[in-house]
Ligand binder design. Structure first.
Ligand code: CP
Ligand code: NVA
Length: 308
């Protein structure tokens, strides 16, 4: 049985196959309505259960649409309405019960250990729809988006600015090793990637550079990306953290230092006026809405791979 919990768990070859399937499926849907099913309906007669321990707009909707386009259905659960969320049924027992009802689970958890515990006891595949440690589905969508515009991501330069120690930056570091792109991380010392992920990057020969200097980080970038300065579950003094990250804002001035045809990415939701200015989010170089759309396409091939 296959789970999709972290980019680091999956081979480069499989990640590439997932991306290529997403490209093919997307191109074959060009003339179809948004909720029309794919030609082959591989998820027909099947269902996905989704559990959200914390808020979501894109992940919730894009997985639901993905299940429908593949010919199947989805059930969305909020922990407040199930026993597991209230703590009166263990994660193990919840995993066992839900395995009897559906074909695949997608979870967004506050703690990665809840996701790992669920996957350990689940008899059906589990997909990570974001934990505090990683966000692998978003990264797959971002790579699809990048390649649609710029071609093969191998040997390209991606710059990450801001919080270098969150779920998105962790998954991007893993992706840089798997897809062979150069990743420049511009962040203050206090928000540098953690020791474990740096050790993983070294061991796996990821081409990652970390600098405190935001201007240095964006030089020669084919893509500049950032994320919320304060993530969900980030138990910090928000005002203080935002103050420390201020000089890592993506604005016109910093974007000018990247390649002239560089694109801007953000997984959304965005803190407008904080990590990125309106003119960048809404500007010509921004591809943020396509990133959101491509969640549907990449997640369809992730579901298919898990069930193969
Ligand atoms: N990018 C992303 O995962 O968005 P949501 O939190 O809305 O799902
Ligand atoms: N790092 C952000 C990503 C949101 C999709 C968070 O965890 O809140």
């Amino acid at each position: 049985m296959k789970n999709f919990l972290n980019i680091s768990d999956v081979s480069s070859q499989v990640l590439r196959e997932i991306l290529e399937e997403a490209k093919i499926r997307k191109s074959k849907r060009k003339d179809l309505n948004k909720s029309a099913t794919d030609f082959d309906q591989p998820f027909s007669g099947k269902s996905m259960i989704m559990i959200f321990e914390k808020p979501s707009t894109r992940t919730r909707i894009s997985f639901d649409i993905a299940a429908k386009q593949l010919g199947g259905s989805s059930i969305i659960l909020n922990p407040d309405v199930i026993h597991y969320g209230k703590g009166d049924e263990s994660i193990k027992d919840t995993a066992k019960v839900l395995s009897e009802y559906a074909d695949i689970i997608m979870m967004r958890t506050s703690l990665h250990k809840n996701l790992a515990e669920f996957a350990k006891y689940s008899d059906i595949p589990v997909i990570n729809g974001l934990s505090e440690q990683s966000h692998p589905c978003q990264i797959m969508s971002d790579i699809l988006t990048f390649e649609e515009i710029k071609g093969d991501i191998k040997d390209k330069t991606i710059t990450w600015l801001g919080d270098g120690n969150n779920n998105m930056s962790n998954s991007f570091i893993e992706a840089s090793a798997k897809f062979g792109f150069k990743l420049n991380i511009g962040c203050p010392d206090k928000y540098k990637p953690n020791k474990n992920i740096i050790a993983w990057a070294k061991k796996n020969k990821a081409n990652v550079t970390i600098t405190k200097n935001p201007n240095e980080a964006v030089k020669n970038a084919d893509c500049v990306m950032t994320d919320k300065w304060v993530s969900m579950n980030d138990r910090v003094d928000k005002k203080k953290k935002k103050q420390i990250l201020k000089s890592y804002q993506v604005n016109k001035k910093i974007m000018k230092l990247a390649k002239s045809d560089a694109i801007f990415m953000h997984c959304l939701p965005v803190g407008r006026g904080e990590e990125a200015t309106d003119e960048i989010v809404d500007g010509k170089q921004s591809v943020v809405w396509t990133q959101a759309l491509n969640r549907v396409h990449t997640q369809k091939s992730i579901i298919n791979w898990c069930l193969k």
